[in-house]
Design a protein around this ligand. Structure first.
Ligand code: URA
Length: 193
């Protein structure tokens, strides 16, 4: 399904940077809007900014981001060619999970980004992104690496890089998921990545 967007990337980013929809705005240094190619057919969705992301205003630049970069490298996918955004755009204090009220307050920014980007492939990193974008009952341990077509987009959930930092024994499964992503890109995308 394709929707027409009334937004522009610059306008949406500026609007998002002035957001006071929830309490998280009080502690932020930066709104972490999203990064990557606005022409990408592939979108990665994380949970919310951590300390480094909040300080730099860029998603996945802290330890979890470094791991994400090296996992993408393993399938020869450059992060500058995909688009990366989060469910919540401001850092939850102490890196706690974003509350449901905060996710709901923030989600329209992501929906608008998705309409603008119109990705063919969406990869949800972790339970919170998968729950919000794919299915609230999705169990990462059982359903990671499985493809679902939702509103015309090919969607898969995999482990969040922070979970892989905490439990490296899950890394081979996550790598397997990324190899499935590489295959899906070849099957679904019109450009080469
Ligand atoms: N974890 C996330 O979910 N997003 C980031 O941007 C960084 C860490």
């Amino acid at each position: 399904m394709t929707y027409e967007s009334l937004d522009t990337w610059e306008g949406l980013k500026a609007e998002c940077e002035g957001c006071f929809n929830c309490e998280l705005c009080k502690g932020r240094h930066n709104v972490v809007f999203g990064a990557g190619s606005t022409e990408a057919e592939i979108m990665f969705i994380g949970e919310g900014p951590g300390e480094q992301e909040d300080l730099q205003g860029i998603p996945f630049v802290g330890p979890a981001g470094k791991l994400l970069d090296s996992m993408l490298e393993m399938i020869d996918l450059d992060r500058s060619k995909v688009y990366i955004a989060n469910i919540v755009k401001c850092r939850p204090p102490g890196n706690r999970d974003p509350k449901e009220t905060e996710q709901v307050a923030c989600i329209s920014w992501l929906y608008r980004q998705m309409v603008l980007l119109n990705p063919k492939i969406v990869v949800c990193l972790g339970r919170i992104a998968a729950g919000m974008i794919m299915n609230k009952n999705l169990k990462i341990t059982k359903e990671h690496g499985l493809w679902y077509i939702i509103e015309g987009r090919h969607m898969m959930a995999t482990y969040h890089p922070s979970a892989l930092l905490r439990d490296p024994s899950k890394r081979p499964e996550a790598f397997c998921d990324l190899r499935k992503l590489r295959k899906e890109i070849q099957a679904v995308c019109s450009r080469t990545y």
